[in-house]
Design a protein around this ligand. Structure first.
Ligand SMILES: Cc1cc2nc3c(=O)[nH]c(=O)nc-3n(C[C@H](O)[C@H](O)[C@H](O)COP(=O)(O)OP(=O)(O)OC[C@H]3O[C@@H](n4cnc5c(N)ncnc54)[C@H](O)[C@@H]3O)c2cc1C
Length: 388
């Protein structure tokens, strides 16, 4: 990628300034209390970060995916670690999908409210039997007059407690027919009496509750469907590509923060003679982690540029998967080396290494597992037979 434009440099500086206001102690304290970072999310909204890629006439600033990954990386690197990543990512999925697919007045009005951060939209795709295999969804939406009636169950649905809308992925294929995978998307108002949920205690990212969701006879008007009936996956596809790159950027930002902390510590900490950073057993892993992160970051920027150009969609999709894979692996290595550099202190909550280590693991598992990025690269980039 060419050097940064003036606008991009300004966007990075703004994101860094926001990140600085909410440094590592803020996130440690919220993680321990399992408290939602309300004031951080408000700051993102105030700076227009939720509407960054929304077209200007719809209340956004009409930027591209490159700018979005620059913001994500800066928020994480600038002090947040993984903390900002899930809040920002899940605040963007509904917005990005509506940006591509909103048609009705009601949907456009919602998009404006999401772009300004006045409303937040959670995203419900995963089910106990439909995570990696999202076509296996069994939450059904059945036509009834001018409405659809939705029933089913989802899991791991993040931030329902703080969202006013839900992008809900359902199956509209009639159960007796089997001619298409038939996914359909709905934009649903929250809260709703037909929706009940409870959080699943988890390993990290305790600022954001991830929930089991039960949907019991939820009635929604046909106008709340986004995109075509049964063709919801087409409306989701561009968002899922962006999602991979946002995760990659969050991983790189988190790891750069962890690595910088380790470098500072290695310059100061003396155990035998001189600082521990003078030993190759400490220095080389940190240097190697830095090299891998730099290479991964260039890949993320290249993949985001390809997506923005829009002229080579197959290459863009391949690079998004490559970027997600290498960025997450590089980030996990860097966070591990950072923790190791701190010795026993790395394991203590007082420092931040153990939290960043917990957080960065998630990016291997969600929203898309590393195995599925390799399946994509194997099949669509290398041209190997589909392996599953
Ligand atoms: C903290 C957290 C927050 C989340 N938030 C949300 C959210 O807000 N909304 C939402 O919809 N979802 C959310 N998810 C769900 C997440 O997207 C899924 O967990 C993820 O897609 C993996 O699905 P799964 O857990 O069902 O794993 P499974 O599908 O059960 O897979 C299990 C393992 O098998 C591997 N595997 C399966 N098939 C293959 C294959 N063909 N080849 C190679 N390996 C394979 C997988 O890679 C994985 O390692 C969240 C998850 C977590 C942990």
């Amino acid at each position: 990628m060419a050097s940064l434009t003036e606008t991009q440099s300004m966007i990075i500086a703004t994101a860094e300034a926001v990140a600085e206001q909410f440094g590592p102690d803020y996130w440690r304290e919220h993680d321990e209390r399992e408290a939602y970072p309300e004031d951080f999310i408000t700051a993102l909204a105030e700076h227009g970060f939720f509407g960054l890629t929304v077209p200007e006439p719809l209340g956004g600033s009409g930027q591209g995916l490159v700018e979005l990954v620059l913001v994500m990386e800066a928020l994480c690197r600038g002090g947040g670690g993984g903390g900002p990543a899930l809040g920002y990512l899940f605040g963007l999925l509904g917005t990005m999908t509506l940006s591509h697919a909103a048609k009705t007045e009601h949907q456009l009005e919602n998009l404006k409210a999401l772009a300004s951060g006045e409303r937040l939209c959670a995203f419900a795709l995963s089910e106990p039997d439909a995570g990696t295999n999202s076509f296996n969804i069994s939450t059904t939406a059945v036509e009834r007059g001018d409405d659809y009636v939705i029933n089913g169950a989802k899991w791991f649905i993040t931030n329902l407690q703080h969202s006013q809308r839900l992008l809900l992925v359902t199956q509209t294929r009639q159960l007796e027919s089997s001619e298409s995978c038939g996914l359909s998307l709905f934009l649903v108002d929250l809260p709703s009496e037909a929706l009940s949920f409870s959080p699943t205690p988890k390993h990290g990212f305790n600022y954001y509750k991830s929930n089991q969701l039960f949907i019991d006879n939820l009635v929604v008007p046909k106008s709340s469907m986004i995109g075509e009936p049964g063709k919801g996956f087409a409306s989701l596809a561009p968002t899922l590509n962006a999602e991979r790159l946002l995760v990659a950027a969050g991983a790189v930002g988190t790891a750069r923060l962890a690595l910088q902390a380790a470098v500072n510590y290695a310059k100061e900490r003396e155990v035998f003679r001189g600082p521990i950073g003078g030993h190759q057993a400490i220095q080389h892993p940190l240097a190697a982690a830095h090299a891998k992160l730099e290479a991964a970051w260039l890949t993320v920027l290249e993949a985001a540029s390809l997506d923005d150009e829009g002229t080579r969609p197959e290459r863009a999709a391949g690079m998004a998967n490559v970027a997600k894979y290498v960025a997450v692996e590089a980030a996990i290595d860097a966070c591990y080396q950072s923790l190791q550099t701190y010795g026993g202190a790395g394991y203590a909550r007082e420092y931040h290494q153990e939290r960043w280590w917990r957080e960065v693991q998630l990016f291997r598992l969600a929203p898309l597992t590393q195995q599925m990025t390799l399946n994509f690269i194997g099949q669509h980039v290398l041209g190997l037979p589909k392996s599953y």
